[in-house]
Design a protein around this ligand. Structure first.
Ligand code: HEC
Ligand code: HEC
Ligand code: HEC
Ligand code: HEC
Ligand code: HEC
Ligand code: HEC
Ligand code: HEC
Ligand code: HEC
Ligand code: HEC
Length: 341
C-alpha cells in the first residue's frame, strides 16, 4: 500500500501536469497504461540503465532455462507472444524486468569455455528484479499491470480485497513456472488455502462437514480469493444466495416462512463443518431454545395443541415434528404455519 501510495503521489504531483502540458489531457482518457510499462518496471527494478533485449537474446547463451521456457511458451501467457492475438505481449522480461545487464558479455562461447574448466556460468541475475524480496503489493503490481486490463481475467476487485490488504500476493497462490498449465484446479484449492487457513482445515474434518476433502465441494464454489463486493470474499451477494445455488429447495419464498430467520442460514448452520449433525451451530433442542420456549404435547401420542400439561413428554428433537423448518407451503393442523408438515 505504501508503495502504491508513494507512486501515485509522485505521479499526480509531477507527471499528470507534465503530460497535460505536453499532449493535452485527452490522452489520459484512453485505456492505455498510464505510463509505458517499461517505465513501471524500471521503477520497480531501480535500474534505469538496463534495457529490454527480448526472450531470444535473454536465453541465447544458455540451456539452463530450457524446460522453464518450454513450459512458458506452451502456457496461455506464453501464447500471447503471437502478435496477432492483440493481447499484451508477455515474455520473460515482463515480470523479471529488463535483462541487458544480466546477459552483458555472456556468449555461448564463454559458457562453453567455462564448462570445459568446470565453471558453471550464470547470468548476472542480481540485476533483474528481486521478485521474492519485493513487498506483497509490489509483487502483485507486476501481475496487475496486465491483469487489470479488460482483455484479461477480471481482477478489478483485488486491491480492496482482504487478501491484498493483509499482505497476500499473487505469488502466494500462483506458481508461474510450475507447469504449462497456469490454471488453479478447483481440487487443488483446499491444500492451497489450508496453508494459511488452518482453522478452516480443522472445521472440514469435523464429523458433519461439506464434502470438500471428498472432492465434491471446493473453496472456490463459495469464495473468490481475488475479492468482490460481498463480505467474506463470497462469490454471491449474500450467504443465502451462496447456499441455495446447491440447495435450491431452501430458497423459497414459502407461504409460511420462518420469520426472517432463514434469510441468514448462519443463524442455525456453519458453512464448513460442525460437531453437530447437519452443520448445525448447536444441538437440538438448544438450537431452537435460543429463540423459543420449549413445549410439551398434551396427548401421549403427540399431535395435540402445544401446552405445558403435566404428564406429557418434552421432546428433544424439535424437527421430528417441525420438519418443514426452512419454511413450508402447507399449514399445520391448526391452519397456521408451525412447520409441522
Ligand atoms: C508472469 C510473470 C513471469 C514471467 C513471464 C516469467 N517469470 Fe520467471 N518467475 C516469476 C516469478 C513470480 C518467480 C519467483 C517464483 C518464486 O516465488 O519462487 C520466477 C522465478 C524464475 C526463476 C527462478 C526459478 C526458481 O526456481 O527459483 C527463473 C530462472 C525464471 N523465473 C526464469 C524465467 C524465464 C527464463 C522466463 C521466460 C521464459 C520467465 N521466468 C518468465 C514470474 C515470471
Ligand atoms: C505482460 C502482461 C502480463 C503480465 C505481467 C502477467 N500476465 Fe498473466 N496473463 C496475461 C495474458 C494476456 C493472459 C491470457 C489472457 C487471459 O487468459 O486472461 C494471462 C493469463 C494468465 C492466467 C490464466 C491462464 C489460463 O490458462 O487461463 C494466469 C493464472 C495468470 N495470467 C497469472 C499471472 C500472474 C500470477 C502474474 C504475475 C506473476 C501474471 N499473470 C502477469 C498477461 C500478463
Ligand atoms: C488466495 C489465493 C489466490 C491469490 C492471492 C490470487 N489468486 Fe488468482 N486464482 C486463485 C484460484 C483458486 C483461482 C481459480 C479460480 C476458480 O477456479 O474460479 C485463480 C484464478 C486466477 C486467474 C484465472 C485463471 C483460472 O485459473 O481460471 C487469473 C488470471 C489469476 N487468478 C490471477 C491472479 C493475480 C494476477 C493475482 C494477484 C493480483 C491473483 N490471481 C491472486 C487463487 C488466488
Ligand atoms: C459451502 C460454501 C463454502 C465453502 C465450500 C467454503 N466456505 Fe469459507 N465461508 C463460507 C461462508 C458462508 C462464510 C461466512 C460465514 C459467516 O459469515 O459466519 C465463510 C467464511 C470463511 C472464512 C472467514 C471466517 C472463518 O470461518 O474463519 C474463511 C477464512 C473461509 N471461509 C475460508 C474457506 C476456505 C479456505 C475454504 C476451502 C478449504 C472454504 N472457506 C470453503 C462458505 C464456504
Ligand atoms: C498466503 C496466505 C493465504 C492463503 C494462501 C489464502 N489466504 Fe485467505 N486470508 C489470508 C489472510 C492473511 C486473511 C486475513 C484475515 C485473517 O487473518 O484470517 C485471509 C482472509 C480470508 C477470508 C476471510 C475474509 C473476511 O472478510 O474475513 C476468506 C474467506 C479467505 N481468506 C479465503 C481464502 C481462500 C478460499 C483461499 C484459497 C483459494 C485462501 N484464502 C488462501 C491469507 C491467506
Ligand atoms: C457447491 C455446492 C454447495 C454449496 C454452495 C453449499 N452446499 Fe451444502 N452441501 C453440498 C453437498 C454436496 C452436500 C453433501 C450432500 C450429501 O452428502 O448428500 C451438502 C450438505 C449440506 C448439509 C448437510 C450436512 C450433513 O452433515 O449431512 C447442510 C446442512 C448444508 N449442506 C448446508 C449448506 C449451507 C448452509 C450452505 C451455505 C453456506 C451450503 N450448504 C452451500 C453442496 C453445497
Ligand atoms: C432456524 C434454523 C435454521 C435455519 C435458519 C436454516 N436451517 Fe437448515 N436445517 C436446520 C435444521 C434443524 C436442520 C436439520 C433438520 C433435521 O433434523 O431433519 C437443517 C438441515 C439442513 C440441510 C440438510 C437436510 C436437508 O433438509 O436437506 C440443508 C441442506 C440445510 N439445512 C440448508 C439450509 C439453508 C440453505 C439455509 C438458508 C437458506 C438454512 N438451512 C437455514 C435449521 C435451520
Ligand atoms: C434465531 C432465532 C430462531 C431460531 C434459532 C429458531 N427460531 Fe423458530 N422462529 C423464530 C422467529 C422470530 C419466529 C417468528 C415468530 C412469530 O411469528 O411469532 C419463529 C417461528 C417459529 C415457529 C412458528 C411459530 C408461530 O407462532 O407461528 C415454529 C414452530 C418454530 N419457529 C420452530 C423452531 C424450531 C423447531 C427451531 C429449531 C430447529 C427454531 N424455530 C429455531 C426465531 C427462531
Ligand atoms: C411431538 C411433536 C412436537 C415436537 C417434538 C415439538 N413440537 Fe412444537 N409444536 C407441535 C405442535 C403439534 C404444535 C402446534 C401446531 C399447531 O398449532 O398447528 C407446536 C407448536 C410449536 C410452536 C408455536 C407456538 C405455540 O406454542 O403454539 C413453537 C414455537 C414450537 N412448537 C416450538 C418447538 C420447539 C422449540 C421444539 C423443540 C424443543 C418443539 N416445538 C418440539 C409439535 C411438536
Amino acid at each position: 500500500m505504501f508503495f502504491r501510495g508513494r507512486f501515485l503521489n509522485t505521479f499526480s504531483l509531477f507527471i499528470i501536469p507534465l503530460l497535460c502540458s505536453m499532449s493535452g489531457c485527452s490522452t489520459l482518457k484512453g485505456s492505455k497504461p498510464i505510463l509505458p510499462i517499461k517505465k513501471y518496471e524500471k521503477m520497480i527494478v531501480g535500474r534505469f540503465d538496463a534495457d529490454y533485449v527480448g526472450t531470444t537474446n535473454c536465453l541465447a547463451a544458455c540451456h539452463a532455462h530450457d524446460r522453464l521456457r518450454k513450459y512458458f511458451d506452451a502456457s496461455t501467457m506464453g501464447a500471447q507472444l503471437k502478435k496477432e492475438s492483440g493481447l499484451p505481449l508477455v515474455d520473460c522480461e515482463s515480470c523479471h524486468g529488463p535483462g541487458s545487464l544480466a546477459i552483458k558479455g555472456l556468449t555461448r562461447k564463454l559458457v562453453e569455455e567455462n564448462a570445459k574448466k568446470g565453471i558453471k556460468t550464470t547470468c548476472d541475475y542480481k540485476t533483474l528484479i528481486d521478485l521474492k524480496a519485493l513487498p506483497a503489493p509490489a509483487q502483485s503490481l507486476i501481475c496487475l499491470k496486465c491483469h487489470t486490463a479488460n482483455a484479461t481475467f477480471n481482477l478489478h476487485n483485488w486491491n480492496a480485497s482482504i487478501h491484498a490488504v493483509n499482505g497476500v500476493s499473487c505469488f502466494d497462490c500462483h506458481t508461474v513456472h510450475k507447469s504449462p498449465d497456469l490454471k488453479v484446479r478447483p481440487i487443488d484449492t483446499g491444500r492451497l488455502c489450508f496453508r494459511c487457513h488452518q482453522t478452516t482445515q480443522v472445521e472440514f474434518s469435523l464429523p458433519s462437514h461439506h464434502p470438500l476433502n471428498e472432492g465434491r465441494v471446493f473453496c472456490t464454489d463459495c469464495h473468490d480469493p481475488h475479492g468482490g463486493s460481498s463480505a467474506m470474499l463470497l462469490r454471491k451477494k449474500s450467504i443465502k444466495a451462496t447456499c441455495v445455488q446447491c440447495h435450491p429447495e431452501k430458497r423459497g419464498p414459502f407461504v409460511f416462512e420462518h420469520a426472517d430467520v432463514a434469510a441468514d442460514c448462519m443463524n442455525c448452520h456453519t458453512p464448513h463443518g460442525s460437531v453437530n449433525n447437519n452443520l448445525l451451530v448447536a444441538r437440538q433442542p438448544f438450537l431452537c431454545l435460543q429463540c423459543h420456549v420449549g413445549h410439551r404435547i398434551n396427548s401421549p401420542a403427540g399431535g395435540g395443541k402445544a401446552s405445558a400439561a403435566i404428564g406429557s413428554a418434552f421432546y428433544s428433537k424439535c424437527t421430528d415434528c417441525h420438519s418443514g423448518i426452512h419454511g413450508t407451503d402447507t399449514p399445520s393442523y391448526s391452519g397456521q404455519g408451525r412447520f409441522t408438515q
